[in-house]
Design a protein around this ligand. Structure first.
Ligand code: ZN
Length: 174
């Protein structure tokens, strides 16, 4: 599994799409694409379909498109489950992180280019900034990033628990 995974996410799973982008995965999120278009797109780009819509999941699977039905409610469990199923990393690597809003690639941007675009207090207190090449949104590592890392640590613990449960039951992982 050397090639980076790519996803297409629909419906109510917008928060999952955001997380996958933060973790560095190329992820399309759509609430409007009809099932057929979505499955075609997944096929063309080799994307994994993530959905909580059982009907879409069934159609995708029947069409030979890799698809995962998301039934968990909270994001820690969903990320743990995806890590077990397809091996997503549960660590933020800022060199890979994509724009949570649009999925675009982020690049480092010097402070001097940000005057007027970011509040002065933020500019004074931070040294590293990223800009989305697609939508232009500016990001900087701060308390939000720490909170996200804590959540990922919880997801990692849940994953280990899930793995132990599977081993005890003698089940296969996938
Ligand atoms: Zn963006």
């Amino acid at each position: 599994m050397n090639k980076e995974l790519k996803f297409i996410v629909n419906g109510m799973l917008g928060h999952v799409a955001k997380w996958l982008r933060v973790l560095g995965y190329d992820t399309i999120y759509s609430t409007e694409m009809d099932d057929r278009t979505l499955i075609q797109r997944a096929e063309v780009d080799s994307r994994i379909v993530l959905t909580s819509d059982r009907q879409l999941y069934n159609i995708a699977t029947r069409s030979g498109v890799r698809s995962i039905l998301i039934e968990e409610a909270d994001i820690e469990h969903i990320l743990a489950f995806l890590s077990l199923r397809v091996g997503i990393r549960l660590k933020i690597d800022l060199t890979k992180t994509r724009c949570p809003r649009c999925g675009g690639l982020l690049t480092r941007i010097p402070k001097k280019n940000l005057k007027g675009r970011v509040p002065i207090s933020i500019l004074e207190n931070h040294s590293v900034f990223f800009e989305c090449k697609c939508c232009g949104k500016v990001y900087w590592p701060g308390s939000h990033l720490r909170n996200m890392s804590h959540l990922l640590n919880r997801a990692e613990r849940i994953k280990r628990k899930m793995l132990n449960n599977l081993k005890e039951r003698g089940d296969n992982i996938v």
